[in-house]
Design a protein around this ligand. Structure first.
Ligand code: NIG
Ligand code: FE
Length: 413
């Protein structure tokens, strides 16, 4: 018998996202149950076997799912959830025909968020981000990557990372920081991107390493921002400091970001709206996850990434929100799944894997989260739907009613 301190039972179905554990690509167990101990999953199976195989410790908790669907907590592998200010006026300008790049060139865009973020203290950044993370949790997100990149000075980048680090220990969503000092060329370095890259590599990265909060390194490799050569410098210097590459590649213009991701062995290359299929093929061979962000195409009114072409190469496809004040002011991964299915023609199975197991791969956390497999953290969502397909099929509403993080009930509606 296995001893547990948490049992989740009476589900309509338990969607493990591990094909070895149940039916189909998602490993669905109809009427499945789950047991956990000390925050880790110790057993999954059909409820009829539960009483024969699991015993609940005296102080343990039995959670009745009341016929809801149980699935892994969502993993949002690309966000900019820490920022000050807001940019709703740009959103209106775009509706009148201005493009994201035109707005950025005119001094809006990322740099307007940089100005607001520089003026904010760590405490203010944390206070601003806290309700956003609470909203993400309420929509089922239990693990989140958050980038710096709105500071663009050594002190302001460290300040952002400190805010991200503090969020990780003061609210339930598991947070991992990505150092994105090369998000944009700051005004002080206008026209001198190489000099700024020098500062990122020689000054900021060593300081970020000493601070010890960031786990990844990012760069906005894009026409008019950082070239492939500059991005290569940032990513390889990051690797020398132990930071894994996860970066913005081929978002608006085909530059070869996908190829660079394969070359440097990145965890993920993100956006890829304009990536060459050959580049994505190389990513596949190098084990790089393609993180697609349909919310950004949706919010900017751009064509979506050619997910089917990418999937045909065999590359692993993750889906993330890109939550940020400029290009994707949304964090509901249920809606992201709807966009993936209706706009990018991903199957509902591929979409759900995109926000769970494949999101975990995009963060290098596949051994810990992303599926309901014994040994992993007990990060679980209960959704008020008749079956898992409703998560993306019935769109624009929040189906999540309970969220468990590391075996603890952390959200209840
Ligand atoms: O992922 N591409 C660069 N960064 C963000 C946008 C950030 C912003 O506009 O504030 C993105 O789209
Ligand atoms: Fe982004």
């Amino acid at each position: 018998m296995i001893t547990a301190d948490l049992i989740v039972a009476n589900t309509a179905e338990l969607v493990t996202c591990d094909p070895a554990l149940g039916e189909g690509a998602l490993g669905v167990i109809p009427g499945g149950a789950l047991a956990a101990a000390e925050g880790r999953i110790v057993w999954v199976g059909s409820e009829s076997r539960l009483v024969h195989e699991v015993v609940l410790a005296g102080n343990g908790r039995h959670l009745d799912a009341y016929g809801r669907v149980a699935l892994p907590g969502f993993v949002d592998s690309h966000t900019h959830a820490v920022f000050a200010g807001s940019r709703e006026q740009e959103y209106a300008l775009r509706a009148r025909g201005a493009s994201y790049q035109e707005i950025a060139t005119a001094g809006g865009g990322i740099l307007s968020t940089v100005a607001a973020t520089r003026a904010a203290s760590v405490d203010e950044l944390v206070a601003l981000a806290r309700p956003r993370l609470a909203a993400a949790l309420a929509h089922g997100t239990t693990t989140m990557e958050i980038k710096s990149g709105y500071g663009l000075t050594p002190a302001d980048e460290l300040k952002m990372l400190e805010a991200i680090g503090r969020l990780g220990v003061t609210q339930p969503v598991e947070v991992h920081a990505n150092f994105c000092g090369a998000h944009e060329v700051p005004p002080e370095y206008k026209g001198r991107a190489d000099a700024y890259v020098d500062a990122v590599v020689k000054e900021m990265l060593p300081a970020v390493k000493r601070q010890g909060i960031a786990r990844y390194v990012d760069v906005f490799c894009e026409e008019g921002v950082f070239s492939v050569a500059q991005a290569r410098r940032v990513l390889t210097a990051g690797a020398e400091h132990g930071l894994r590459a996860k970066f913005h590649a081929d978002e608006f213009v085909t530059l070869g970001g996908a190829e660079l991701a394969a070359e440097v062995g990145a965890l993920s290359a993100d956006h890829l709206l304009k990536a060459r299929p050959e580049g994505v093929m190389r990513m596949k061979d190098a084990g790089v996850t393609a993180a697609l962000l349909p919310g950004t195409a949706f919010f900017l009114g751009l064509p979506y990434a050619p997910a089917r072409t990418f999937l045909a190469t065999g590359v692993r496809v993750a889906l993330a929100s890109d939550f940020n004040p400029g290009s994707s002011m949304g964090l509901n991964l249920q809606l992201t799944m709807t966009m993936a299915v209706s706009q990018m023609k991903m199957s509902p199975e591929e979409a759900l894997l995109g926000v769970t197991l494949h999101g975990a791969h995009a963060m290098g956390l596949e051994a810990a989260v992303g599926s309901l497999a014994p040994g992993k953290q007990c990060d679980l969502v209960l959704a008020d739907v008749p079956n898992w397909r409703y998560l993306s099929y019935f769109y624009g509403v929040n189906h999540v009613s309970r969220v468990i993080k590391r075996g603890r009930l952390v959200h209840e509606r």
